[in-house]
Structure formats: structure tokens, C-alpha cells
Design a protein around this ligand. Structure first.
Ligand code: PGA
Ligand code: ZN
Length: 431
């Protein structure tokens, strides 16, 4: 099965910036894909190709669209059912280690569209097809979601807390459907609480509230109150993504928490986390608690807290197999945040997940702060049996689209006689 038509176009993401969509056709079957985009982007991510110049403040993706057409002319002879061959051909065509030649956004659009078209041609739901090419036996596990209900950092233009994401984790729910119900109730309880305490209920980039709080800890306390007021004490935990690279001052070699007027060394930052985790046992996961190149700090953090909570590498690892292998060797964390566009192909993403699973790490499939209506990652989380997903608040269509897709997958699995299982608490037990 060969691609006979490729149609790339420029669309807008959820922040109103240009991004790529592509539609491909083979044997009269069409499929499309859309590429997301980050704001607190890791320094070591694959390159997102932008046009520069005046239009869209330099953020246009027209060069990437034209690269898609030139990639297509080379891919034409390859069978699309051979995802690895397609992805490897694009990696070779690009020829750089960070896809800076053709753009990771151009390459990823095709990689995702090829998988979706293949699943359609096989008459399989996308998650089943991804499960087949990833080579898992079971694709009936719905991931435990981490829902970002309180936003900070760059996702609020620093109007909110320094810490970027405060998430709720409905681990004790029995089904994915129930997990979403609880999360929605907590989200609305949190809104009421904020209103009562005189805070704004306007939202940040990922749909969570973005109040101008006095301290970072106040955000954790608010989540605990919302969980408890909604009646889910001990059933819903808390996860944090600090995105610490964004408040790390390289010149001073200090972490700058402007909300609290405090500057911390790496050692002090680790103690800050330890104190928080001691005080709030509800916290079960900490992502990017330190900056992306603070390797020694990460090793210390994992030594100190890695047997109590999940330590997640996002900007540290950038879904890059080489950085992941280094982190495994150093014991620098114990979980990977998986973002397709940090590395640029589905095949390399599979490789990253497999390496982590082999090391006994957890994997969390993730959205970006600039999203689209594409729900690919929902299927990816089920297809790779990844057990955890983070895709924003239970509000705003580009976030909710992914949760809604998972609600549908739960139904579809039941209809297929595959008895859907909710990952729940098991998502946090490392093998
Ligand atoms: P980003 O944020 O998409 O802006 O990088 C998401 C995250 O840090 O996990
Ligand atoms: Zn992150």
C-alpha cells in the first residue's frame, strides 16, 4: 500500500499559533494528523521548524509544509504498513541528530498520519493497530489520567505559581469513566473554592485555573481542599510538574521562585521537594523538579525521594533514547514523560518507551501546552499499554478531546469483548 496523495496545510493550535496538519491518501482511503507544540520546550528536543520573518511573528510552518512534499517524493515507493521503514527513511533523509534539516514537526505529521491510515486500511481502531506494531499482547488497559487543574509558570505568563502544573490523579476509581467523573467534580469544586477565597477563575494554557496565589504550596493546599470537599479524600492523589528549567537561572546557578522571593541551590531545591512530600503524602509524582542539565541534582533527588514517589523526566529526557539510557545508568529518575514531537517519529517513541519499560520505569504519555483536536495520544496510551496519560484539565476542547476519546475506547473495548481495565493505582507500581 503506497501513498498516492499528500496534502499538508497550516492550521492553528490551541494558543493561536500556526502548526502542521497533513492529510494522506492511499487506495482511496484518507487519514490526517495534526502536530502539537510546547511552550516550556526542553533545550534538547528535536527541532520544530518555523519560518521566521514577519508573518505570524516568525512562527509560520510553510517551510515545513514544503518539506513534507519533498519527503513524500522519497517515501512514495515504501509500503505504509511498514511504519519502521517509513520512519527510518525520514530519519535518514533528514540526516541530523535533532531533525533540524527537515523539521521534527514535518516528519512527525507524516509518521502519525501513516499509522492512522494503516489502521484504517486494516479496519482496526488506531489503538489496536498501534498495539500490533508496538508488539504488545493486550490493548485493553485505560491509563490513569493526571489532570492539570491549576496552571502556573510559562503557561500563565507567570501570573500563576512558579510551578507549572498541579494535577489530580484519580487512582482509586474503578473505571476510566468514573475517573473522569471524579476529576470533573473536583475541577468544579476547585473553581468554587477559588471564587470563595477571592481568586480569579480564569484558566491557563492547559485549561487549569491560573490564580495569582501567594505561594506555590498554597496551590497544593487548594487541591487537597478541593479533593476533600468533593468527597474523594484518599482516592485521588496529586502530581506536580515543576518545569524547573523555566525558573532555573543559569548565570546564578540558582532556582528562582519569584512568587516566594526565594532563590535555591540544587541542594535547597531538593530539600524544598522533600519537605513538600513529607507534608503532603498525597503527592505521588514529581516531574522536572530540577533543570534539564542538572544531572547530579537529579541523581540526588532520585536517591532521596525515588523510593517514595515517581520521579519523572520531561525536559531532562526529551523522549530521546540516548538521554534515557544515560538517565537509567545514572539512576537519575524512574519515569519518562512521552512526547511524540520531542523526538519526531513514532518508531523512536516506541523505542524510548520500550527502553524504560525494560528498566522497570513508568511511562506517561503526554500532550503539549499548544494542542490541537487530534486525539492520537489517547490511542497511543492504550496501544503501548502505558498506564498513565497527562492531557490537561477536564475542560477546553483540545484537552477534553483526548479524555473523550478514551471514554469512547473504554466503550469500544467492551463492545469488542475485550473487558476494559482501568490502570488505577497499579500505574504507579514499578516492576
Ligand atoms: P509544554 O509543557 O508543552 O509547554 O512543554 C508541558 C510539560 O512541560 O509537560
Ligand atoms: Zn513537563
Amino acid at each position: 500500500m503506497k501513498i498516492d496523495r499528500v496534502k499538508p496545510y497550516q492550521i492553528l493550535d490551541s494558543r493561536g499559533n500556526p502548526t502542521i496538519a497533513v492529510e494522506i491518501t492511499a487506495n482511496n482511503i484518507s487519514a490526517s494528523a495534526m502536530v502539537p507544540s510546547g511552550a516550556s520546550t526542553g533545550k534538547h528536543e528535536a527541532l520544530e521548524l518555523r519560518d521566521g520573518g514577519k508573518d505570524y511573528s516568525g512562527k509560520g510552518v510553510l517551510k515545513a509544509l514544503s518539506n513534507i512534499l519533498s519527503i513524500y517524493s522519497q517515501l512514495k515507493p515504501i509500503d505504509i504498513l511498514n511504519q519502521t521503514k517509513i520512519d527510518k527513511a525520514m530519519i535518514t533523509l533528514d540526516g541530523t541528530s535533532n531533525k533540524s534539516n527537515l523539521g521534527a514537526n514535518a516528519i512527525l505529521a507524516l509518521s502519525m498520519a501513516v499509522a492512522r491510515l494503516s489502521s484504517k486500511s486494516k479496519n482496526m481502531p488506531l489503538f489496536s493497530y498501534l498495539g500490533r506494531i508496538y508488539e504488545v499482547k493486550q490493548t485493553n488497559i485505560l491509563p490513569t489520567p493526571m489532570l492539570n487543574v491549576l496552571n502556573g509558570g510559562t503557561h500563565t505568563d507567570w501570573q500563576g505559581p512558579d510551578i507549572q502544573e498541579f494535577m489530580i490523579v484519580p487512582f482509586a476509581a474503578h473505571t476510566f469513566t468514573q475517573a473522569i467523573q471524579w476529576s470533573s467534580e473536583i475541577y468544579h469544586t476547585l473553581k468554587k473554592l477559588l471564587k470563595n477565597r477571592g481568586y480569579s477563575t480564569l484558566v491557563g494554557d492547559e485549561g487549569g485555573f491560573a490564580p495569582n496565589l501567594k505561594t506555590n504550596e498554597e496551590a497544593v493546599q487548594l487541591l487537597i481542599d478541593a479533593i476533600s470537599n468533593a468527597g474523594y479524600n484518599k482516592k485521588v492523589g496529586i502530581a506536580i510538574d515543576a518545569a524547573a528549567s523555566a525558573f532555573y537561572d543559569q548565570k546564578e546557578n540558582l532556582y528562582n521562585l519569584r512568587k516566594e522571593n526565594k532563590k535555591f541551590s540544587t541542594k535547597e531545591m531538593i530539600s524544598f521537594w522533600e519537605d513538600m512530600i513529607n507534608k503532603y503524602p498525597q503527592i505521588l509524582s514529581l516531574e522536572d523538579g530540577l533543570a534539564e542539565d542538572d544531572w547530579d541534582g537529579w541523581v540526588g533527588l532520585t536517591q532521596r525521594l525515588g523510593n517514595r514517589i515517581q520521579i519523572v523526566g520531561d525536559d531532562l529526557l526529551v523522549t530521546n533514547p540516548e538521554r534515557i539510557k544515560k538517565a537509567i545508568k545514572l539512576k537519575a529518575c524512574n519515569a519518562l514523560l512521552v512526547k511524540l514531537n520531542q523526538i519526531g517519529t513514532l518508531t523512536e517513541t516506541f523505542e524510548a518507551i520500550k527502553i524504560c519499560k525494560k528498566a522497570g520505569w513508568n511511562n506517561i504519555i503526554s500532550h503539549r501546552s499548544g494542542e490541537t483536536e487530534d486525539t492520537f495520544i489517547a490511542d497511543l496510551s492504550v496501544g503501548t499499554c502505558c498506564d498513565q496519560i497527562k492531557t490537561g484539565a477536564p475542560a477546553r476542547s483540545e484537552r477534553v478531546a483526548k479524555y473523550n476519546r478514551l471514554l469512547k475506547i473504554e466503550e469500544e473495548l467492551a463492545e469488542m469483548g475485550l473487558s476494559p481495565q482501568y490502570a488505577g493505582n497499579a500505574a504507579f507500581s514499578r516492576s
